[in-house]
Design a protein around this ligand. Structure first.
Ligand code: FMN
Length: 194
């Protein structure tokens, strides 16, 4: 099913790390670029964006402008791609804090990530944490009622290096990340039409 070029649906990317150049964020950008080539509009919430989100307080009576912008983007999205580093065998606190904020959508007609394809990316400095981080992300997406897409990218940043131009030392990794963008794009219009 083709997307309408006059109003391209939105793919929101959530991921990265804080404090400097992030291979996780660069990996996410490659996947989002692939979705853009399929005609989608994209918006990325990277490390610097997630760092501005306060620790999620479910009882807070007001939300910051950054919190509101994040929730509004996910509400508007037709698909999401999440990229986390493996921190001590699981997803990072920064990424989890952003995902916790989606509790604000609990009472929406479409709560959380319901009915959305969700692409998943994990980086780690070794292989072991890539698998456990992908598994954790899949569990979280299921809890949020999203649909993890079939292929998830597990990237060992000890061996694969990313550059600022959207490339990586291993072309196979670039292809894997692009596949995530394409799989999300393939499924999102079908969901929106149902
Ligand atoms: C707090 C912390 C915990 C980490 N835990 C693991 C780990 O358990 N296994 C692993 O392989 N790498 C671990 N790493 C390494 C990161 O997962 C890895 O360097 C990742 O690619 C960083 O992504 P970035 O370049 O986007 O910052 C850890 C790094 C930090 C800072």
């Amino acid at each position: 099913m083709a997307v309408d070029p006059a109003s391209p649906p939105l793919v929101v990317g959530i991921g990265g790390t804080i404090g400097g150049i992030s291979s996780t964020e660069r990996a996410l950008r490659i996947a989002l670029d692939a979705a853009e080539r399929e005609g989608f509009h994209t918006r990325m919430f990277g490390g610097a964006d997630m760092a501005r989100l306060p620790l999620y307080d479910p009882r807070a009576t007001t939300r910051t402008a950054d919190e509101q912008a994040f929730v509004a983007a996910v509400r508007e999205a037709s698909a999401v791609i999440i990229a986390s580093p493996g921190y001590h065998g699981s997803i990072s606190g920064v990424v989890k804090n952003a995902l916790d904020l989606l509790e604000e959508t609990a009472k929406d007609d479409r709560p959380y990530l319901a009915d959305m394809p969700v692409g998943l990316i994990a980086t780690a400095y070794g292989w072991q944490a890539t698998g456990s981080t992908i598994a954790a992300l899949r569990s979280i997406v299921h809890a949020l009622r999203g649909w993890p897409t079939p292929f998830a990218a597990a990237i060992n940043t000890q061996v694969t290096k990313f550059d600022a131009e959207g490339g990586a030392s291993d072309p196979a990794v670039v292809e894997q990340l692009s596949m995530i963008g394409r799989q999300v794009a393939r499924f999102a219009p079908l969901v929106a039409a149902s």
